[in-house]
Write a protein that binds this ligand. Structure first.
Ligand code: UT7
Length: 318
């Protein structure tokens, strides 16, 4: 299974730390020191479904395929315009594909969960070409008066196309070499929304016990990489790039240290994207491909952690 194209779309509006200082008791210094963020894209006039379709179209163009070639769409998403239908169906209609569609909500780990599903579907022979999109607008779920949460998030959509390819089943293959996903629902209330149509007929705001999540995030991100590398039979020294979920530069730094991977090999976008939930990894992948950062044969380790808690890792060779 090969990754044959990627695409991305960000809302036009950029909110800088200085803009946040204008209406919140916060500072550029605090946000940069505690999170590594300087700005984030925030959805305003756009619809998330349009950004998701734009990222998908770009990935299709990058892959050199047509929408008819796609035989399955998986969309990772937490919140969008509608409770139902799922965003995957809206994307399918917008791009003119004719295939089955499904949404997955594993919060910030959603892209890894979606790729794990795509990998299984291709390996089982049920699909040959899969579009995976992660599209998120967490800024619609924050209380803009709560400085501890609203400064952290940004919006965007990232997409990737995966195609079946013959492999030897060993570590020389390209595509997804290994995936490992986890969840622990016993701690869900450390990071959750306080609303829902059944609960109170409100969309609700994100609540996070930042310190608790911080503590869990670091070992979870490390475990995702270490366990998937073990399955792939690949040593950390053979990893060319690490693409972590982008929630906080301090978390990324600490994970890189624990993995003993040089920060030069770590893709960081949290500075200009903020935390875009499941979209953070495909946005980082698409941006890196577009910048010519990745070379053919490179081994990319990925890991994410988020609400649920969910977490996981993956190793890809391109
Ligand atoms: O994507 C899913 C996974 N999410 C994560 O991995 C996020 C994990 N958590 C974090 O990244 C960090 O915990 C945060 C960035 C959310 C917070 O950083 P922290 O170093 O844990 O800060 P804190 O929450 O302990 O707050 C420290 C101080 C507090 O003031 P006092 O009580 O020490 O006087 C806060 O009230 O900073 C204050 N504070 C702020 N000050 C200025 C909190 N938010 C802000 C703010 N501006 N925006």
């Amino acid at each position: 299974m090969k990754i044959i194209g990627t695409g991305r779309a960000n809302p036009a509006k950029i909110v800088t730390n200085a803009m946040l200082e204008e209406f919140l008791d916060t500072s550029d210094e605090w946000i940069r020191e505690r999170t590594g963020m300087t700005e984030r894209h925030v959805i305003s006039n756009e619809k998330l479904e349009d950004l998701a379709a734009e990222a998908a179209r770009k990935a299709i163009e990058d892959a050199g395929i047509t929408p008819e070639d796609i035989d399955y769409i998986i969309c990772s998403n937490v919140v969008n315009e509608y409770i139902t239908p799922g965003l995957s169906c809206i994307i399918q209609g917008a791009i003119g594909a004719k295939c089955a569609c499904v949404d997955v909500n594993a919060a910030c780990s959603g892209f890894i969960y979606a790729l794990d599903m795509a990998d299984d579907r291709i390996k089982s022979g049920k699909a040959k070409t899969i579009l995976v999109v992660a599209a998120e607008e967490p800024t619609r779920m924050v209380d803009w008066k709560d400085r501890s949460i609203c400064v952290l998030f940004g919006d965007g959509a990232g997409a990737a196309i995966f195609r079946a390819a013959e492999g030897t089943g060993d570590r020389s293959d390209t595509g997804i070499l290994a995936t490992k996903i986890y969840a622990d629902g016993s701690q869900y209330d450390h990071l959750c929304s306080d609303g829902g149509v059944s609960l109170n007929q409100k969309a609700g705001f994100i609540h996070m016990d930042g310190k608790e999540v911080f503590k869990v995030a670091i070992p979870s991100l490390v475990q995702g990489v270490e366990e998937s590398l073990k399955i792939a039979g690949i040593n950390i020294n053979e990893v060319n790039w690490y693409v972590p979920h982008q929630a906080n530069l301090r978390i990324i730094d600490s994970v890189a240290k624990k993995l003993e991977i040089d920060m030069d090999k770590v893709v960081v976008t949290v500075d200009h994207h903020g935390n875009t939930s499941a979209a953070s990894i495909p946005l980082a992948l698409a941006e890196s491909f577009a910048a010519g950062k990745f070379k053919k044969g490179d081994v990319i380790a990925i890991s994410a952690m988020g609400a649920g808690f969910t977490w996981g890792g993956m190793v890809i060779r391109i």
